[in-house]
Design a protein around this ligand. Structure first.
Ligand SMILES: [Zn+2]
Length: 133
């Protein structure tokens, strides 16, 4: 039985809503303009303390992608997915990046996400994904 090593982040941190494990830092946040079946979702450069499921092809509103679900390493909650490969050239920028679903996280800095800056980000955003079509 191996002990689970949990990495700790500093600064503004997004954490697992169920167990509080740190999942991503605000400095790795790329976009808040994504959507999943569960609602809002955020795109990150890098996340920590996750375990990755098997890769699979998934059809999203922006085309066919190869993705892998990611789970909180501590409580195993499904919290988003990683883009393994994008088939459309204009979606290649997402390869290797991570989606964390807003509903699966808490924001330790603000306590909630209902800020004015977030609302303007969503209005400006054009890149919407569905977890499943
Ligand atoms: Zn967790």
């Amino acid at each position: 039985m191996g002990k689970i090593y949990i990495e700790s982040l500093s600064g503004r941190v997004f954490s697992c809503r169920l167990c509080g494990t740190h999942l991503a830092s605000n400095v790795e946040l790329i976009s808040k303009s994504f959507h999943s079946r569960q609602g809002k979702a955020y795109l990150f450069n890098e996340v920590v303390n996750i375990s990755e499921g098997p890769k699979e092809e998934r059809l999203m509103t922006t085309g066919l992608h190869e993705v892998a679900d990611i789970h909180c390493k501590n409580c195993m909650q499904l919290c988003g997915w990683r883009y393994v490969m994008a088939h459309e050239d204009n979606q290649k920028y997402k390869e290797g990046k991570y989606i964390l679903e807003r509903s699966k996280m808490m924001d330790l800095y603000e306590g909630n996400f209902a800020s004015a800056s977030e609302a303007s980000t969503i209005l400006a955003g054009s890149d919407m994904d569905e977890a499943c079509s």
